[in-house]
Design a protein around this ligand. Structure first.
Ligand code: C2E
Ligand code: MG
Ligand code: MG
Ligand code: MG
Length: 293
């Protein structure tokens, strides 16, 4: 690199940079092996309606590194994208989610219809065979497609709109749902909201958390909820951390709530136990006072 920059340029290679790139190399190699070694884990963060009934959960990846400890997706998802393994990683999350959907439908009928949401990375979505992959996991598991929600981000929808549209229409034929994650943080265009076959938007955590502090955010969030309901989209609030945020959103017609105030992401076993206990009120009845009173 320094050489390529030209003979007249003097480049410094600082010790901290060296450390950084070595770390990057290690983390890349470790991540390649993590898949085979079973170090990646999916946690499930429940989502609730305004009275505490569990509507579903979002699949969230964690990496249990043997020496570095727990690594969060903000650190390793970009690495997985760089080294080109995000598609196989993301497809595994899809496969596991479909299997869990089937299990929930077979063994947890009393909990009512539980939906699962999966984050889809741009690279993964852009694969020519993405729709076929999804079809395959649905068929193989026997999951009800209408219980599977694919979370896309705004930025992946605005380039090659026709291609994106064709792919979404293909997937809609299978019966899956579409959500826009982190809504309001990307390149918003109200035109595509109308055109694309969307089912849900998730209000980004940054807006939810500013509701209390900032009157302008209040207006933005109100506008998002009104617009979504006029377009027939359901609205999920992400990162709901306290009852003031919750009450504000509930009063303005938000349908679904996800956040630490309600539930932390949990393991398979914890999630299944949680589901079988009924709604969040019964699950918490013996420990803390209900948050929904
Ligand atoms: P996201 O899809 O927007 O997921 C929501 C994030 O907010 C999760 O972070 C969740 O743990 C966190 N969160 C939930 N409630 C609260 C709250 O009340 N307060 C705060 N401060 N945070 C809350 P996490 O698990 O670290 O995931 C971060 C991002 O990594 C996700 O954002 C998603 O974009 C990405 N990600 C996670 N799993 C996958 C995956 O399987 N595939 C892909 N492509 N991306 C993933
Ligand atoms: Mg998400
Ligand atoms: Mg989000
Ligand atoms: Mg996010």
């Amino acid at each position: 690199r320094a050489k390529e920059a030209g003979r007249n340029t003097l480049r410094f290679f600082l010790p901290s940079m060296r450390k950084f790139s070595e770390d990057q190399l290690h983390i890349q190699n470790d991540l390649r092996q993590a898949l085979e070694r079973g170090e990646l884990q999916i946690l499930w963060q429940p989502k609730h309606d305004f009275s505490g009934n569990t509507l579903g959960a979002e699949a969230l990846l964690r990496w249990k590194h043997p020496t570095r400890g727990l690594i969060m997706p903000s650190e390793f998802i970009p690495v997985a994208e760089d080294i080109g393994i995000i598609t196989s990683l993301g497809n595994q999350v899809l496969e596991v989610s479909c299997k869990l959907l089937r299990k929930l439908a077979d063994e947890y009928t009393e909990a009512g219809p539980i939906h699962l949401s999966v984050n889809i990375s741009p690279q993964q979505f852009q694969q020519a065979d993405f729709s076929m992959q999804v079809a395959h996991y649905l068929k193989e598991s026997g999951a009800n497609p209408s219980r599977l929600t694919l979370e896309l981000t705004e930025n992946m929808l605005v380039t090659n709109l026709d291609e994106v549209m064709a792919k979404m229409v293909d997937l809609k034929r299978l019966g899956v749902r579409f959500s826009i994650d982190d809504f309001g943080t990307g390149y918003s265009s109200l035109a595509y909201l109308k055109r694309l076959p969307l089912d849900e938007i998730k209000i980004d955590r940054s807006f939810v958390n500013d509701i209390i502090k900032d009157p302008e955010t209040v207006s933005i969030v109100e506008a998002i909820i009104t617009m979504a309901s006029k377009l027939g989209l359901s609205v999920v609030a992400e990162g709901v951390e306290n009852s003031r945020e919750f009450d504000f959103l509930r009063k303005r017609g938000c349908h679904c709530f996800q956040g630490y105030m309600l539930c932390q992401p949990m393991t398979d076993d914890q999630f299944l136990e949680f589901i079988s206990e009924g709604n969040i009120n019964t699950a918490r009845a013996n420990s803390t006072q209900s948050v929904f009173e």
